[in-house]
Design a protein around this ligand. Structure first.
Ligand code: ATP
Length: 301
């Protein structure tokens, strides 16, 4: 078992709107847990504007031993990006609509259990990837899902129901787009319904696009869903929810360490759930074990 240095100075980055969940009581609970375990804590509530600068400022003022993201994948990604290539681990208290990365890391989805990580945990290193200089810790997409994410972010409603409704509406008229992909292992050229650049396994909805991906193997996967007849959609969806996407004749997966994706049709892109502009040529590189994360103590330990 790996013995951990105790983390004393903690910053909690709390997204008050994530998952449409009120977090006022939780803030008191965090303060109580920290006081009970003689830990110093600073709480920062995100505003959705200049959060990166505000968090950086607090990190300059204090030598934090860990930063906890309290919210959904967007909050995790915001905080995680600031911790890549540092010695400061990322903690996650999952309170968003989907919480994809926390699920892939085996972090308890029950808030009370997740809060125990504040004082009882192990720290491990995971890989991150980089798309034209922008970090991705979880899953990034081009194509159909990226379009749905964009519409979701533009909309007023949050939560899985809103996401599913937008997906259904967009699916009716969506046409596959053309991509050229060069990697250090194999290449692809053709149309795809969506292209996922995967460091991890499943979307926050639990749909597993990359079921056998490993977060610390020094590789990432490019997961393609190629054009399929409308009648095949339910089976594809079923396969994603039963960890069997590779069994479909409409999917293909390229495992690699670096890639260039030519987004010929200039399709929408998102990184870890946040829509981004990356240009037509997207260079993807692997950064092995570049982020420390706080995880539950494994049972065998
Ligand atoms: N105080 C705030 N008011 C409005 N928007 C905010 C505020 N704080 C953060 N945001 C926005 O919240 C979004 C991130 O939310 P987050 O992803 O954590 O939760 P979610 O969308 O509910 O869950 P998930 O991503 O897991 O589905 C970002 O777009 C960010 O700009």
């Amino acid at each position: 078992m790996q013995h951990q240095k105790k983390l004393h100075n903690l910053l909690f980055v709390i997204n008050p709107i994530a998952g449409d969940i009120d977090k006022e009581e939780l803030e008191d609970e965090i303060k109580t847990i920290c006081a009970d375990h003689q830990l110093n804590c600073v709480l920062y509530r995100t505003t959705g504007e200049s959060d990166v600068d505000e968090i950086k400022r607090r990190m300059k003022e204090n030598a934090f031993d860990a930063v906890f993201a309290v919210g959904g994948d967007g909050t995790v990604s915001l905080v995680g990006a600031l911790l890549i290539d540092t010695h400061i681990p990322l903690g996650i208290i999952p309170l968003g609509s989907g919480n994809g990365l926390s699920k892939d890391l085996g972090i308890p989805q029950d808030t009370e259990e997740a809060l125990q990580l504040i004082h009882e945990h192990v720290v491990r290193n995971i890989d991150t990837i980089d798309l034209n200089g922008q970090p991705s810790i979880h899953l990034s997409d081009l194509g159909f899902n990226a379009l749905v994410v964009k519409r979701f972010c533009e909309g007023e409603k949050r939560g899985p129901g809103a996401y599913a409704w937008i997906a259904l509406q967009e699916y009716m008229n969506y046409e596959p787009k053309f991509y050229r992909i060069e990697t250090d292992t194999e290449n692809f050229e053709g149309e795809a319904f969506m292209v996922t650049i995967a460091n991890a396994n499943a979307f926050g909805s639990n749909a597993a696009i990359n079921p056998s991906g490993i977060l610390n193997d020094g590789r990432f996967e490019i997961c393609l869903i190629e054009p399929f007849p409308k009648a095949a959609a339910p089976v594809l969806l079923y396969r994603m929810y039963t960890d069997n996407i590779d069994g479909s004749i409409y999917t293909r997966r390229i495992s690699c360490r670096r890639a260039t994706v030519y987004n010929v049709d200039k399709e929408v892109v998102h990184i870890d759930g946040e829509p981004v502009e990356l240009g037509e040529e997207i260079k993807v590189t692997m950064h092995p074990k570049s982020l420390k994360v706080i995880l539950p103590i494994p049972e065998e330990a």
